[in-house]
Design a protein around this ligand. Sequence first.
Ligand code: PEP
Ligand code: MG
Length: 291
Amino acid sequence: ERAELEKLIGLDNVTRDGRKINVYANIGSPEDVDKVLLNDAGGIGLFRSEFLYLGREDYPSEEEQFEIYKEVLSRMEGKKVIIRTLDIGADKQVDYFKLPKEENPAMGYRAIRICLDRIDVFKTQLRAIYRASVYGTAAIMFPMIISVKEILRIKEIVEEVKAELTAAGIEIAPVELGIMVETPAAVMISEELAKEVSFFSIGTNDLTQYTLAIDRQNQSLDTIYDSHHPAVLRMIRMTIENGHKGGAWVGICGELGADTTLTKTFVDMGIDELSVSPTYVLGLRKAIREI
Ligand code: PEP
Ligand code: MG
């Protein structure tokens, strides 16, 4: 089976009628780049940056983060690397952030909500990414977005970071900005959001949780946590249509993107990119080439 799939290395992710889909890979640490290259992914569609912050005593410095982003960007040799800014809170707890105890952490103080409150932490990460940007093709995406206001604030902060680096004589490269669409709110206002960013990446794990009101962590609800629910699939279709109307390209980086029983559905909906765990890249290429 693996040998069969390896014959697809070097080939395009193209349907029989000539539609090309970008197939990227998700990573959680720089070591995962080995698997990305081994499986011939076209880029990294989701670099979960949390690992930089988890399992340690204090905040990672700008320098530490810069070295990691630089390593990943360099190893990808110009292929796109989409770095997701810090997504902690909810299931991912980090002691030194001293986050408050919450009754409903999944709906609480997490991800971009923390970053827009702790601008120092946010700016350190953005500075590190922009400094690394000259070593490859970096893109940044922001998790748990629910409003246009958040994006406008993010873009102000990004502009400050760029101006500060430039003023200090540090070279930076152009960086595409996008958001994760993983809340029903973001789906409903996706046409407006698309006008403010260059891409969307649909986080089907959280989108399923928030659409169905089912805690993704609660194993006793696994049988009804259903990403194939028509409500979730219609959310995805709406996001793709509105994204395109507003001028953004649209991908999926949640687990559902790797589900080959839905690949044709996503292609029919107009999906531009699918980002999956590295080991699924070639299987997905096979599925796309059979459509
Ligand atoms: C998602 O929510 O689908 C996603 C890709 O992000 P995470 O699983 O890290 O929350
Ligand atoms: Mg998520």
